[in-house]
Design a protein around this ligand. Structure first.
Ligand code: PRP
Ligand code: URA
Length: 209
């Protein structure tokens, strides 16, 4: 069963308070999302496998630990997920990056995939799906479904802010996926926005309306 990890680190909560603030402009918003993503990546990768390697320090030989070389791919959900990608890559620079684009059908309100480009060796990789917002859960559920359909087996999902409704649906749809959240908010409003949230993540990142 996948676990839900909510971060209570003071640095993350401090930066998130500025991300949430309406008066925070695009430049600062982008920088803060990048920084929080980097801090979260530290925790999201906590269970990566290590292997022993023999090295020579200036003083002596020793057995040290290095990452076991498990291949990782970061997958932003377009478009707002792009804002978290560089932060994660600062911690795991050799990771590949896949992209999944989704839009919400205005009639059915269901997410529809319009773009998917992923690394070729899908079965061998650990995936970290990133998106700042987990609201109804529809986008995350569909993106993870899309990865599994193509052969992914080990997937983590990482977001800044989640609504309880979205977390429950995601857990139910993909019980094998660990979910990493910087803040679990109160609820969704009638328009599917997270309350108190941060507004529209894509618009705030890219300065659109
Ligand atoms: C936002 C956000 C998530 C989605 C969350 O993207 O980045 O992908 O909404 O909502 P859900 O959990 O109800 O699916 P949006 O659809 O606004 O697209 P954008 O990233 O292009 O702005
Ligand atoms: N998408 C966003 O960008 N913000 C929300 O609050 C919900 C969905």
């Amino acid at each position: 069963m996948g676990k839900v990890h909510v971060f209570d680190h003071p640095l993350i909560q401090h930066k998130l308070s500025y991300i949430r603030e309406e008066k925070t402009g695009t430049k600062e918003f982008r920088e803060l999302v990048d920084e929080v993503s980097m801090l979260m990546a530290y925790e999201v990768t906590r269970d990566l496998e290590l292997q022993d390697v023999e090295i020579q320090t200036p003083v002596t030989k020793m057995t040290a630990k290095r990452l076991a070389g498990k291949k990782i791919a970061v997958v932003p959900i377009l478009r707002a997920g792009l804002g978290m990608t560089d932060g994660v890559l600062k911690m795991i620079p050799a990771a590949r990056v896949g992209h999944i684009g989704l839009y919400r059908d205005p009639e059915t309100l269901q997410p529809v995939e319009y773009f998917a480009k992923l690394p070729q060796d899908i079965e061998e990789r650990d995936f970290i799906v990133v998106d700042p917002m987990l609201a109804t859960g529809g986008s995350a559920i569909e993106a993870i479904h899309s990865l599994k359909k193509r052969g992914a087996t080990k997937i983590r999902f990482m977001c800044l802010i989640a609504a309880p409704e979205g977390v429950e649906l995601l857990k139910k749809a993909h019980p094998d996926v660990d979910i990493y959240i910087a803040a679990l908010d109160e609820k969704l409003n009638d328009h599917g926005y997270i309350v108190p949230g941060l507004g529209d993540a894509g618009d705030r990142l890219f300065g659109t309306k």
